[in-house]
Design a protein around this ligand. Structure first.
Ligand code: NAG
Ligand code: NAG
Ligand code: NAG
Ligand code: NAG
Ligand code: NAG
Length: 466
């Protein structure tokens, strides 16, 4: 190796700065992981993002109503705004050509893989044996902040955007990446939009430099959501949300051998990733196993539980309970949260991730969040909107012979205790559409596996999704 003096000096200087950057990155990450998730800490004020109006064909006329979707209030901004400053100076962050993309099998949605890969996604996919696959629409994207802080492995996120939401999603993704290095590193974004509402231009009165504050990701998001065109808002309220398309899109872009599929507002417990990784690397079950990670819902006022002991303490006080316990108990009933089963084994310090018990009373409509190789059956894309989306996939796994095994001491949480509320009529309509598809679906499952363990055929057993 040889070089000239000046060159050498520059070379040394750059090595030193790379080392400094790496070191401070590690320090910051360590500090983040050890800071309380939910405290609102100080962070430097953000640079406003600049948005450039893009060229879209948009012939639609504006509607009348103007509403905004509420974003679920919750905490949990870490002090992570010290990454490199903005590289985003315009609203274009997705690397997609809107003239290209992949259609779904019914030509209803256009899908884009890796619209924006995470900076370290490929590397993390090699390091970890499990990838978190998740899906979201614009108005729930803020949950990714906490998800990405807790999940240290690769995250494959499928995002739905209709009409002008396309630009708003990009702005928000750019914001997340700029403010939260963990999002930039870990999350790969995939995109889906409906044929009926292709990407369109933002409102003419859209501020050219919307103020997005790194310290307040929820406020930043609700600000953007409020700036959607009224026609988009109106359309979104009634339109069926293609959950299963998005789930497949997220799953199939995972590169690791196992996938943990969630919805974006399901937050993994901190330090779950490494424990799970060790467990999976030693997992003995080589054939048809799915590992269930129990999900709780949390009172908005509490801090995210640090460990299972903490979680169960909250549950005893009524500040946490199994997800959908009030709204739709079958959702997770078969996981068996009882005091003598899952809750019994709370907490030795540093306990390794292990199978706590097997699911022995599988019932139709069970829909746990589980970890499994991505060779499990796909999510059937005939089910669009509410009803029969996730539980039909889990049902097919059961018929195919999968054994569900419940892990401990890891868990996930959803913010907010859910109570029964009235079902809007559009939701009932979507549900009954899907009920019709379900009749076909269950015959197909029978034809495929020649088994009917739950005696579903010929019965009118269709259940009710929520
Ligand atoms: C957050 O980060 C800023 C900038 O690095 C720093 O000045 C501030 O002290 C940090 N706050 C906390 C609570 O760590
Ligand atoms: C926006 O910025 C990106 C990256 O700097 C660049 O590649 C892209 O061409 C820009 N787009 C527009 C519309 O200016
Ligand atoms: C939970 O486990 C207990 C003890 O094994 C068992 O008696 C009960 O039937 C189980 N409940 C469910 C819903 O699986
Ligand atoms: C759980 O977290 C609490 C504090 O948040 C700590 O005091 C306790 O030792 C932890 N327990 C285990 C088993 O790790
Ligand atoms: C759980 O199921 C697996 C796979 O069928 C089996 O090997 C294991 O023995 C079961 N464990 C218990 C505790 O029943």
């Amino acid at each position: 190796m040889f070089c000239f003096q000046i060159g050498c000096r520059l070379w040394n200087l750059s090595i030193v700065s790379v080392l400094i950057l790496t070191f401070s990155n590690i320090l910051l990450t360590v500090r983040l992981l050890h800071s309380t998730d939910c405290s609102r800490q100080e962070a430097p004020p953000s640079e406003p993002l600049r948005l450039q109006q893009q060229q879209f064909k948009d012939s639609r006329t504006p509607g009348q109503s103007h509403e905004s979707s509420p974003t679920p209030p919750h905490c949990k901004v870490a002090n992570s705004t010290t990454g490199p400053t903005a590289t985003v100076t315009n609203g274009t962050v997705f690397r997609v050509d809107l003239r290209l993309g992949r259609w779904d099998s019914r030509h209803l949605y256009k899908l884009y893989d890796f619209a924006l890969p995470g900076d370290r996604y490929a590397e993390l996919s090699e390091k970890y044996s499990v990838c978190l696959a998740t899906q979201s629409s614009l108005e729930k994207l803020q949950s990714l902040v906490q998800v990405a802080h807790h999940w240290t492995g690769p995250i494959s996120a499928a995002v739905f955007a209709a009409g002008d939401e396309y630009s708003l999603v990009q702005l928000y993704v750019a914001f997340l990446r700029r403010c939260y290095p963990v999002v930039r590193d870990r999350v790969s974004f995939h995109l889906a939009y409906p044929k009926d509402r292709p990407p369109s231009q933002i409102r003419p009165d859209f501020p050219s430099r919307p103020k997005l504050d790194c310290r307040r990701p929820e406020a930043a998001l609700s600000g953007l959501v409020r700036l959607r065109k009224p026609e988009t808002v109106k359309w979104r309220i009634k339109a069926a949300y293609p959950q299963n398309h998005l789930r497949n899109l997220a799953r199939r872009n995972c590169q690791s051998s196992y996938v943990f599929l969630t919805d974006v507002d399901i937050i993994p417990s901190a330090k779950l990733t490494d424990g799970l990784d060790v467990f999976l690397k030693n997992a003995k079950c080589k054939s048809l196993c799915a590992y269930v990670i129990p999900t709780y819902e949390l009172d908005e006022r509490v801090l995210f539980p640090r460990n299972k002991t903490d979680l169960i303490r909250l549950a005893r006080k009524g500040l946490a309970r199994p997800f959908h316990h009030r709204v739709f108990i079958y959702n997770q009933f078969a996981t068996n949260f009882s005091r003598h089963v899952w809750q019994a084994t709370a907490g030795r310090e540093g306990e390794a991730v292990h199978v706590n018990h097997n699911v022995t009373n599988f019932e139709f409509l069970y829909e746990p969040f589980y970890v499994a190789p991505d060779t499990v059956p796909a999510h059937d894309e005939r089910f669009i909107g509410y009803g029969y989306t996730r539980n039909t996939q889990v049902y097919e796994m059961f018929v195919a012979g999968y054994q569900f095994q419940v892990l401990s001491p890891i868990f996930t949480c959803h913010w907010g205790l859910q109570n029964k509320k009235g079902r809007p009529s559009w939701r009932e309509r979507q549900n009954s559409m899907n009920r019709r598809h379900f009749e076909t679906f269950k015959s197909e499952v029978f034809a495929r596996y020649r088994k009917d363990p739950l005696k579903m055929l010929g019965s009118k057993k269709t259940g009710q999704k929520r």
